[in-house]
Structure formats: structure tokens, C-alpha cells
Design a binder for this molecule. Structure first.
Ligand code: T4K
Length: 379
């Protein structure tokens, strides 16, 4: 049993492969002197991911934000896009950089994904697409959103930044919707230091995305569109390739950690976990969100968050504040009252979860939560 932490616990800690595996791979880069621009490691990595996701329609990027930005640009999305405010700010930034107006609508209370009814209510003649987020890796209401998109002739795009490894009916979540973006940032359960990936339905988009991420070059001399530089380099590809071998083991460990959290905190009033997912969904346990219901727990989410810091436990309040309340978007008119999103943003806290978090550490975190509750509860 841990009495006091000798080092802080953060919300996440990146997985790293054994150093020898990385240095072995570095030798190849040193030999080839190919550091970026479609090098041999990137091509191999592309192939491995293609097999992992069971699709040829993938494109790798230097980060998830640029992947999404380029994805929207390449698909020619414009006008208004219906999206969620309960996400990381990059989801909305990708729209902004394409001069698209984000239309924020509410989320559903169990898994915090966009509410299909709210989406339908927000459609106008200017709506061109839905940009939904599999937040924390929880799948959106895939069928309902697909029906709405089909019925109203809208493109359906998923920000799947959190959803690496998630499957529905045995099929990767990337096979739903017209396009999905995955983030391979260091804070994600699967990463390539920084990195991102698009998967998409339409074969023709592959060239467009490849051109856009490489200044618009089609070949040595032809520039067919005003692209940017969003290429993944060889060091990222190497890291991503190595970690791919460990991903099943990582998810297995995260599952165990989630089970311990749920077990240890199950009798604490006002600590609400999302319901367990139905059996047809393979979840990745990327995050450990819990709602702190002040009326039952006796203290607020923010008080708990600050008190945990005093014990060197650094949780995060993903995703508070809502994106629509951030200074750069707060002047946008939002029609939807966002009742659930506002409720959740005020109460959510994401507890530490990563593969090297020990059972003792999880128990230490739970003990501190219980102790703070007992010591400071107001009622
Ligand atoms: N869409 C969604 C829904 C997203 O969540 C994100 C990214 C994106 C799009 C965009 O994808 P990328 O362009 O990032 O590929 C982090 C990440 O920077 C961001 O990637 C992620 N979402 C977001 C949810 O979380 P911060 O500001 O919370 O990161 P930071 O640096 O405070 O890290 C959190 C904790 O992790 C630290 O307290 C310590 C630990 N940490 C972090 C890093 C970077 C480490 O131990 N080692 C590390 O190298 O945004």
C-alpha cells in the first residue's frame, strides 16, 4: 500500500517501447539518411496500419489537427457543420481554418457523444456535414447519425482522435461515416510521438490528401493545389510501428485499471461512471471520465480536482470549458441551450489511466478520493 507518492501521477504517461527496439530502428534511419518525405519506414508503417484497420484508404499526417483540417478541405466541406462543443478545441479549430461555421449542439448524457436529435433539429439549408466526436473512445450513435446524414444528404465525419482500437460488431470504428481522423499524439493510448491519420470511404480522396499534405505536389514539378506541409517523418513512423506491436497488451492493462476504479469507487455517492458498453463494442479504455455530482458527493468537482493536486495527483477536466465558451468562439451565436453538455462539463473529471499505472497507484488515487469526500463533504 502506498502512503505518499514519491513522484507525481499525471492524467497520462506515454507508453514507450524498449529503448533497444527504438535505437535498432534508428540505425536504419542513420543508414538511409532518409528522415522524412515518404521514407521507407513511413511506407512500411502505412502498410501495417492499412492491415490493422483493414482498409487501403488511409493517409498519415504529422498530427491529428492537420489531418482533420486537411480532411475537411480535401472533401470540400463548406458552409455550416453541426458539431459538439464537448471536445478538445482542435475539433473546432479544424472547421475554423476551413472557414466553416461550427453549429454546436448538445450531447447525450451516458457517453457524452453528439445527440442525433439535436443534430437533426439544427440542420439548415447551409448545413453540409456533421462532425461528431467519439469522445473518450465511446462510439457515437452510428446508425442514427448515418440515417440523418443519408436523409439530408450530408457528409458524416468522425473525429476519432480517442478511438484507436475501438471496434463495433468486430469492425474497426474507422469503417463508419465518410471519414475518420485518429490522433497519434503522445498523450493517446496509441501514439507516434505526434501524428495523425485519416481513413475514408471514397478512393479518390487519397491523392487529394497526399497532395494537400505535401505542398500540393503531384510530382517533381507539378503543384496541383495550394497544399501545406503536414507530413509524418521517419522517427514518428518508427515509434508508431513499434508501439503497434504492444497495443493489445496496453488496452488489456487499461481495462484492468478501469475495473479497479469502478470497483473501488462503486459505493461512493455522487461518483458516476459511464455505463458499461454493450457487448458488441470493443472499447479501448483511453480515458477514465467520471462525473462528480456535488449534491451527492458533498463537494464540487473543482474542489476535488484541487485537493487531489495537493496529493500530487494531476487529473484533467477534459472537456471543460465547452469549446463554444472559449474566448475565440464565445462570440458565435449558439441556438441549442446545450443543457447536457453544460451539466457534464461542470462535473466531469478524467482520472489518471495509462498502462504503467500500478494497481497500488490506482488504489492510492481511489483512497484519496474517498478520504477527501469524507473529510470535506458539506452534507
Ligand atoms: N480531436 C480531439 C478530440 C482531441 O482530443 C485531440 C487532441 C485532437 C483532435 C487533436 O489531435 P493532435 O493534433 O493533438 O494529434 C492533450 C494533447 O496535446 C492533445 O493531443 C489531446 N487531444 C488532448 C485531449 O490532450 P493537453 O493540453 O491536455 O496536454 P498536456 O501537455 O497538458 O498533457 C497532459 C498530461 O500528459 C501532462 O500533464 C503530462 C502528460 N504527458 C504529456 C506529454 C505531451 C506526458 O507525461 N508526456 C508527454 O510527452 O492536450
Amino acid at each position: 500500500m502506498i502512503k505518499k507518492l514519491d513522484k507525481p501521477i499525471y492524467v497520462t504517461k506515454p507508453f514507450l517501447p524498449p529503448l533497444e527496439e527504438f535505437t535498432e530502428g534508428l540505425k536504419e534511419i542513420w543508414d538511409s539518411r532518409r528522415l522524412t518525405n515518404r521514407g521507407p519506414l513511413l511506407l512500411r508503417y502505412n502498410q501495417l496500419l492499412s492491415e490493422y484497420f483493414n482498409t487501403h484508404n488511409i493517409c498519415l499526417f504529422n498530427n491529428g489537427t492537420l489531418a482533420l483540417q486537411i480532411g475537411l478541405q480535401g472533401m470540400g466541406i463548406s458552409g455550416e457543420v453541426i458539431t459538439t462543443p464537448f471536445t478538445f478545441v482542435a475539433t473546432t479549430h479544424a472547421l475554423y481554418w476551413n472557414k466553416i461555421r461550427p453549429v454546436f449542439v448538445d450531447i447525450e448524457p451516458d457517453y457524452y457523444t453528439i445527440d442525433p436529435q439535436a443534430v437533426e433539429a439544427a440542420i439548415t439549408p447551409w448545413t453540409t456535414a456533421i462532425l461528431a466526436v467519439h469522445v473518450y473512445g465511446y462510439p457515437c450513435q452510428l446508425d442514427a447519425l448515418a440515417d440523418i446524414a443519408r436523409h439530408h444528404n450530408l457528409r458524416l465525419i468522425y473525429d476519432a482522435a480517442h478511438a484507436f482500437g475501438v471496434k463495433v460488431d468486430g469492425k474497426s470504428i474507422c469503417h463508419y461515416g465518410d471519414m475518420s481522423m485518429f490522433s497519434f499524439h503522445a498523450t493517446k493510448l496509441y501514439h507516434s510521438i505526434e501524428g495523425g491519420m485519416l481513413t475514408f470511404k471514397e478512393d479518390g480522396l487519397k491523392n487529394t490528401f497526399n497532395y494537400l499534405k505535401n505542398f500540393g505536389f503531384k510530382n517533381e514539378t507539378e503543384v496541383v493545389m495550394p497544399g501545406t506541409n503536414a507530413k509524418m517523418n521517419e522517427f514518428q513512423a518508427l515509434m508508431g510501428m513499434l508501439i503497434l506491436q504492444y497495443i493489445d497488451g496496453i488496452i488489456e492493462k487499461l481495462y484492468k485499471i478501469d475495473t479497479i476504479y469502478r470497483e473501488q469507487l462503486k459505493d461512493i455517492p455522487g461518483i458516476k461512471f459511464p455505463p458499461l458498453l454493450p457487448g458488441n463494442i470493443t472499447y479501448n479504455h483511453a480515458y477514465e471520465p467520471v462525473e462528480v455530482i456535488e449534491e451527492e458527493f458533498g463537494i464540487s468537482r473543482d474542489f476535488l480536482y484541487e485537493k487531489l493536486k495537493e496529493h500530487r495527483i494531476y487529473c484533467r477536466r477534459y472537456f471543460y470549458p465547452l469549446v463554444c465558451d472559449m474566448a475565440c468562439y464565445s462570440n458565435l451565436y449558439v441556438n441549442d441551450p446545450l443543457t447536457t453538455a453544460r451539466f457534464v462539463a461542470k462535473r466531469i473529471i478524467t482520472l489518471p489511466i495509462y498502462d504503467s499505472l500500478t494497481i497500488n497507484e490506482v488504489e492510492f488515487i481511489c483512497d484519496r478520493i474517498i478520504e477527501i469526500h469524507k473529510k470535506f463533504k458539506k452534507y
